[in-house]
Design a protein around this ligand. Sequence first.
Ligand code: HEM
Length: 461
Amino acid sequence: MTITDDRFARMKPYNAGLTPRIRARDLPPGPRWPALLQSIALMRFRHRFVPALHRRYGDVFTVRVVPKGSPLVLFTRPEHAKEIFAGDPEVFHAGKGNAILGPIMGEHSLLLQDSSEHRRARKRLMPAFNGAALRGYESMVTRLAREEVARWTPGTTFRSLDRMNALTLEVILRVVFGVTDEQRLARLRPLVNRTVDVNPVVLLGWGYPFLQRFGPWKATVDNQRALDEVMYAEIAERRAAGDLHERSDVLSRLLTVGAHGSDDGDEAGAGDGLSDAELRDQLVTLLLAGHETTATALAWTLYELGRDAGELARARAAADAGDDAYLEAVVKESMRLHPVIPMVLRHLTEPATIGGRDLPRGTNVGPSILIAHSREDNFEDPGSFRPERFLDGHVAPNTWIPFGGGVRRCIGAGFSLMEGVAVLREVLASYDVSTPADDEPKVRNITSVPRHGARITVRPR
Ligand code: HEM
């Protein structure tokens, strides 16, 4: 049995535990359609469905989702988001909702853990995402962004989403995994590209393992085996590398941190490094969580700048002046207008009260990012693109929540903002960007991507 087969055998995708039957009268109002219809509406048509529910039922409402008609209560006010983010991690679980990804991400994955196990895993990863670490990654990210931008043909129109996907993938391979060997990079690219394509067909194969002997599902398993082989080879070589301390990539940092026990020793244990399986699982988790999300946010950012000549001129002046704070505000504002992830989810393991409402054990709860970002009482003139709002201190806590919050807040938030600023700097140094046509959000797997790929035209400055 290979290490991959062993992981598949141990990870049970639908092992989310038994959810007690919850009566509608114990929950906030919501539509009474069959759960399947509500799930389809939530997944495929969320950009119209969720605002419609908000208008019809008010600030808190319930959606029923498959497989068992489980209730999902969505909250839309900042004080609700605050309560959920600050909820006791023993009660507000997040990991089980991601169980379907278990066979790909592995049992150690930060996204799958809860309670003390999550705290321990998070503590071990944090040193690779603090300010000093991010500064260490910046020059490589900038170099990759410069190389990408140099390949663009002036005067052409193209899907910025495709280019940003190519760039963020390269960033993951070189800055997160730290792979430098060209042959290995060439082998990894297609494997990683297939791994991140977690579409509903692929998910079916994880949910019903007997399918894994056939056609597309067998191909996904074979891909996982091949990916694991390369990842474990890379980890083994990196452990033995003499220049670990000079390297600035996430994997090398995780290896040096473990060797010296960067934590205070209570849980993770000083000097207690990550095992090969832990490293593999966390790297694949960072890949799945960080690649498409960042690419989508950056594509929307270029799209928005291309639509507004005044904002483009301001951003260009900021890039020339080295004003990173302004460029970061540009990225933040497009993440507000186009949330990549629509909501944050927690599963209540005990009854809890949120916004004065008592909710039973087994309820899924979460702030709606979509509504939080578009409420007029959160953002003045919410439909317009105004990066300045992030500079004049008018963004109230828990109104801008694209990265979730609390102990589960996106560990890569700083990383993706740093990447966004680096990309803007490089694009604006060479090009004027314009957007030839309107685009709109479309659901792709979990993220909301621009339906037409956020097409932009670039002209030399
Ligand atoms: C614009 C880009 C990104 C967006 C919009 C985004 C969004 C999110 C959201 C909404 C969550 C859930 C937070 C919660 O439950 O409260 C999350 C978690 C996570 N993200 Fe990101 N993310 C992005 C980029 C990244 C990057 C670049 C990485 C890594 C390199 C990353 C790694 C993770 C991980 C590991 C978690 C799980 C954290 C935990 O459970 O403790 N993300 N992200």
